[in-house]
Design a protein around this ligand. Structure first.
Ligand code: FAD
Length: 316
């Protein structure tokens, strides 16, 4: 077991939110450590092309992750490659338990553990990720101008994203396993008004196929008749759910019904000294620039919290 090391700020997660928070904490001169269990850069490390990060016109996700890491490390951020398995809320110090048994204690915590898209788990999905398969229309829709795409899902996100894609693509097939959508009626009406969207009911996508470089078609199965069919498409957008990485969220921290952390405008939770930023936080949209902005806000607020605790301790 580690030494009970005490920090001013512990950051959980090394995606855009965590790395931006780390950079801001270092600049505020608070003693900070960041824990990352997997790839530094988070979800962007697996995204092929990023075209919407302001100031950078086009970059691979991997290269952007490298830049964020390099920038934060340049300010001296300490990064430990370890998984956080639990967090105990304390009165003065919160405790952070790592998978290797080490225990750290900290005045403030920034939860930046992000989330994970739900996958179909079908052949071709992983192979063509970034080459036709996407989980984000805002990120990748632009690459499918005047092309045919398949949207998979039946909830609000699938409906919203199908409408968004219909402004870019020449044809959008909305494939849903039931005979009606779960999406709100207002979204369903918007969807019906789009001539480029064609719903394909009672249908599941079985495989995503292509030429090894890009997607060319999906094989779909009618769940009532069992009939298999090929649907030609260059893009497949999958919206069947997105889960927050909530393992790191202590039970005392308020979350919404889907498990996303509820914060105020300073990214502070209902527990003093615990902040949340990026995709883990309940908010309107999940994007890199938003996660990075959140990280900056959380770090500024956490630094101020740390200073206020120190000042309080020194007052006789
Ligand atoms: C394929 C794909 C393409 C995308 N393309 C774009 C795009 O082009 N433009 C755009 O703006 N957005 C894009 N997005 C969305 C964007 O990537 C996310 O909004 C952003 O990464 C969220 O950042 P984050 O730091 O909040 O979370 P994440 O990126 O999810 O990072 C969280 C990090 O926390 C780590 N972590 C989780 N639990 C623990 C734990 N217990 N202990 C330690 N570490 C932990 C994870 O390993 C991960 O590295 C894309 C997303 C995907 C999946």
């Amino acid at each position: 077991m580690e030494n009970n090391a005490v920090y001013d700020v512990v950051i959980v997660g090394g995606g855009p939110a965590g790395l931006a928070a780390g950079l801001y904490c270092q600049r505020a001169a608070v003693r900070t450590v960041l824990f990352e269990k997997g790839l530094i850069g988070g979800q962007i490390a697996i995204s092929k092309e990023v075209e919407n990060y302001p100031g950078i016109e086009g970059i691979t996700g991997f290269d952007l992750a490298e830049k964020l890491l390099h920038h934060a490390k340049g300010f001296g951020l300490q990064i430990v490659q370890e998984e956080v398995v639990s967090i105990q809320v304390g009165r003065d110090l919160h405790s952070v338990q790592l998978a290797n048994g080490d225990l750290y204690r900290t005045t403030a915590l920034i939860l930046a553990a992000g989330g994970s898209v739900r996958k179909l788990g079908i052949p071709g999905e992983a192979e063509y990720l970034g080459s036709g398969v996407s989980y984000c229309a805002t990120c990748d829709g632009f690459f499918f101008r005047d092309k045919t795409v398949v949207v998979v899902g039946g909830g609000d996100t699938a409906a919203e994203e199908a409408v968004y894609l219909s402004k870019l693509a020449k044809k959008v097939y909305l494939v849903h396993r039931r005979d009606s959508l779960r999406a709100k009626m207002v979204l369903q009406n918007r969807l019906r008004a789009e001539p480029r969207i064609e719903p394909v009911w009672n249908t599941v996508v079985r495989t995503i196929e292509g030429n090894g470089r890009e997607v060319e078609r999906v094989m779909i199965e009618n769940s009532i008749s069992g009939e298999m069919k090929s649907l030609a498409a260059e893009g497949v957008f999958i919206f069947i759910g997105y889960d927050p990485n909530r393992v790191v969220v202590p039970p005392e921290v308020r979350t919404n019904e889907l498990g996303f952390v509820v914060t105020d405008e300073k990214c502070e939770t209902n527990v003093p000294g615990i902040f949340a930023s990026g995709d883990l936080r309940q908010k309107f949209a999940n994007q890199i620039v938003i996660a990075a902005g959140d990280g900056a806000v959380a770090a500024l607020a956490a630094s101020r919290y740390v200073e206020s605790r120190k000042t309080r301790k020194t007052i006789p």
